[in-house]
Design a protein around this ligand. Structure first.
Ligand SMILES: [Fe+2]
Length: 249
């Protein structure tokens, strides 16, 4: 499987704290059947001030460490960017960390606050799309406005946004409302891919193997493969920062 949303870079957000944590998360992902991982640290002005160059530096440090170990994996980096007006400035400066390409557009992992959808988000998303940036909305199933009004997501989908559901949401880790909404969006065929959003081994590990199985059980193998392998792989493959590690031969 291919995981496009993870917090494996050490010490720069609320995910892995140390490089040992990073390695443990990567190994646990491999045990889950994941072979390619996109590091997507939070980029949230005032909380996690991660920019493109800072993320790249930590990514390179992690890659150096992984190259010394017997680990077979592919890694790349982007970011999970919290919606804010400053994104427009970063877009103009070409400083946004994109996941890759989707239908000729740059794909941005865009996060809304869990509490609500900020007023003007549709207009903001339209601006991004007009500037060749396609938002992949991170875990909409965890948004409290969408719990109340699930159909509010339709406007974003109609504008051209993609949706990422979190594996652990399907399994109930974020509560019943998130679980129900995640399945509802899958049922409505609104979801482009499933990712782990892993942060740590204890409370927020990679649960993609279990998620793959429950999607298979409900919708069949083709849909599970599309959401966990084919769709994310197309995007991953277009990321310019990919590093391949072969492990010991
Ligand atoms: Fe995340």
């Amino acid at each position: 499987m291919i995981d496009l949303h993870s917090h494996i870079l050490p010490g720069i957000d609320d995910g892995a704290r140390t490089i040992e944590d990073s390695i443990a998360l990567i190994q646990q992902s491999i045990e889950n059947g994941v072979s390619k991982i996109m590091a997507t640290p939070h980029s949230n002005i005032g909380t996690f001030d991660n920019d493109l160059s800072g993320i790249k530096q930590v990514f390179n440090e992690l890659c150096l460490k992984i190259s010394e170990l017997d680990i077979k994996v592919e890694l790349a980096f982007a970011a999970e960017v919290r919606i804010c007006p400053e994104i427009m400035l970063l877009a103009k400066k070409q400083q946004l960390p994109f996941l890759g390409q989707y239908e000729g557009k740059n794909l941005l992992l865009l996060e809304f606050p869990d509490s609500h959808i900020p007023p003007g988000s549709e207009k903001f998303v339209s601006w991004l799309l007009a500037h060749n940036i396609c938002p992949l909305i991170a875990h909409p199933e965890r948004n409290r406005d969408l719990w109340q009004h699930p159909y509010l997501i339709n406007e974003f989908v109609h504008l051209g946004c993609l949706l990422q559901i979190t594996a652990a949401s399907l399994l109930g880790s974020f509560g019943q409302k998130s679980q129900q909404l995640a399945w509802q969006y899958l049922d409505l065929d609104l979801v482009h891919l499933v990712a782990s959003d892993m942060h740590n081994l204890k409370r927020r590990p990679n649960r993609m193997a279990e998620a793959y199985q429950v999607i298979c059980d409900k919708f069949g193998t083709d849909k599970a493969k599309l959401l966990c392998i084919d769709n994310p792989d197309l995007i991953f493959s277009s990321n310019p920062s990919i590093q391949s590690f072969k492990g010991k031969l």
